[in-house]
Design a protein around this ligand. Structure first.
Ligand code: AMP
Ligand code: TRP
Length: 327
């Protein structure tokens, strides 16, 4: 039996290379050895205000980009969270078992709620319970995510353990898998901030559908420092971030990269990096054009994905309801 992988992405903002290098490409490569389920988490997206006219389109766009990036709907289940109502149902039940104090420790909520001020919703606070439901419904073993989601996956594990302690073996305990390199890609304009989909300043991030010229211009303008030598030095966050992106895409070792750029300057690294990013995105963009040429294709895949996910989720939910004594 293969182990189960589950991960999700919120259909908000754009898919940038941080999301791609930190998470999506691992989902793609794990398909070979794991039973994988990938979810476009639209219920998570509405924890902050969304324009309904844009949200529906973005869900399809994200699904299309995941397929273009290499998620294979034959081998993996790709579906939309709101298409399987068991996610909301289990989230409610978990709500009744997760202590407030655990939620209050979540650093992402603290950061996001500062931005939202008094508009912050209960849903944003409770978001990790829904994420725990996503994970636990599928008897997930491993959850590949970027660094920012580690704390949420740990909460899901704690919630599973707490429930199991009360009711006996019910949930599989999931584990976060965080990449060694690229778990936190930083903004090109400000290497002290995580590259984020909601940060809309031009030059902050590279979107998967950016044209080669836009990619080149954003990388050439990336914030660095006044040094010159191209070395992996964490105290120089701008150049360290560019080198990290180069390292992940080329698969070369740090020493190899440093010797490639020995005697050269930041401008040379930027030029080389721009070409490497353009080339890695070129086939993805071509596949996206093919996928979207057939307007019904993505909807058909998402429908069939939900049909495969639903029975798995319903089975776990029934098990939980029985244990709790519902119905
Ligand atoms: P989200 O954008 O929050 O839906 O994230 C989708 C996945 O991409 C999650 O596993 C995140 O941890 C990961 N991710 C998002 N932004 C970055 C980033 N800047 N660097 C690395 N991973 C990221
Ligand atoms: N909260 C995650 C993020 O913002 C997305 C997500 C929702 C997720 N449910 C999940 C990731 C379950 C992994 C497993 O990135």
């Amino acid at each position: 039996m293969k182990k189960r992988v589950f991960s999700g992405i919120q259909p908000t903002g754009e898919i940038h290379i941080g999301r791609y290098l930190g998470a999506i490409r691992h989902w793609v490569s794990m398909q070979d050895n794991y039973d994988s389920i990938i979810c476009v988490v639209d219920l998570h997206a509405i924890t902050v205000p969304q324009d309904p006219r844009l949200l529906k389109g973005r869900i399809r766009e994200f699904a299309g980009l995941l397929l273009a990036a290499g998620i294979d709907a034959e081998r993996s289940i790709l579906f939309v969270q709101s298409h399987v109502s068991a996610h909301s149902e289990l989230a409610w039940i978990l709500n009744c078992f997760i202590p407030m104090g655990w939620m209050q420790r979540m650093t992402q909520f603290k950061e996001k709620s500062v931005k939202q001020k008094e508009q912050v919703s209960v849903g944003l606070f409770d978001y990790p319970a829904l994420m725990a439901a996503d994970i636990l419904l599928y008897d997930t073993d491993v959850v590949p995510v970027g660094e920012d989601q580690k704390q949420h996956v740990e909460l899901a594990r704690d919630a599973a353990q707490r429930f199991n302690n009360i009711y006996g073996e019910t949930f599989v305990l999931p584990e976060p898998v965080i990449p060694d390199v690229g778990a936190r890609i930083m903004g090109l304009d400000d290497p002290n901030k995580k590259m984020s989909g909601s940060e809309m300043g031009v030059g902050h991030s590279i979107a998967l559908l950016d044209s080669p010229d836009v990619i080149r211009s954003k990388i050439m303008k990336a914030t660095t420092d006044s040094h010159r030598d191209v070395v992996f030095d964490e105290s120089r966050p701008g150049i360290f971030n560019l080198l990290t992106i180069y390292q992940i895409i080329t698969g070369e070792g740090k020493k190899e990269i440093e010797s490639r750029f020995a005697g050269k300057g930041y401008g040379d690294l930027k030029k080389a990096l721009a070409e490497v990013v353009v080339e890695v995105l070129r086939p993805l963009q071509e596949r996206y054009r093919q996928i979207t040429a057939d307007p019904g294709h993505i909807d058909a895949i998402l429908k069939s994905g939900a049909e495969k996910a639903r029975p798995l989720a319903v089975r776990t939910l029934a098990r939980v309801k029985e244990k709790v004594g519902l119905g």
